[in-house]
Ligand binder design. Sequence first.
Ligand SMILES: [Fe+2]
Ligand SMILES: [Fe+2]
Length: 243
Amino acid sequence: MTAYQFLRKNAELAELINSTNYRLNQIINYANGTENVNYGFCCHGKYHMEYVSQVAGHVLTILGYDEHTVMLAKIAGLLHDIGNVLGRHDHARIGGEMSIYFLDKTELLFEDKRLIRHAIADHGNGNNMNHPVGAAVLIGDKAVAIKQRDIEFRKDFFKRGLITEEQLNNPSTLDIDISHIEITVADNVMKFEYFADNMCKEAHEKWLRDINVLLLEKGAAFLGYKADFIMEIQQTTNKSLKI
Ligand SMILES: [Fe+2]
Ligand SMILES: [Fe+2]
């Protein structure tokens, strides 16, 4: 069993990840003096971790990195947001520190653990990027433009009457299509191709003007590529995702 397979099956890690959104709500409830309000944090749970892990692994695979490096990126993706259990503030650095607890349960070498810890600690903005694993995790995290994840998207949809109050506050009830992304490379260009439904067009255009683009460009540049963004607008389908 590889270290990645081991961590994916680790019950303690699964428990931690599954409770992240719940704990974020608890922290804000405590700060606001409210009780059991669901502030709609989504999604720093299992789906997001898995998705970032897969995208990070995919990016290094298409660039021809060896299997071991790909696995390190996948592990860093899997763990990257665990720091959220202590709140949003500084969650990347805190997650880096927390990752040691899980990484020490594996057979990984010290240098590998150090790399993963650094990639996690730096995934917020890539200001201290020093290895392709970190760039891949940054790309994985920022490439995920799923409207359910982002409270601002949901607020925007709510204002425009596209979703109900329940869907605003509880993203798992938002049963509409997600965007689908494909990342490919050709020559010196890393292409991010989004397939968004009609409904998300505006939100995604907003997103494309947002800082995520700069961070994706930064990650791609570190890997030696120029980033290119394409959005394909499709009819809304009945594909859905519960997170
Ligand atoms: Fe994060
Ligand atoms: Fe994340």
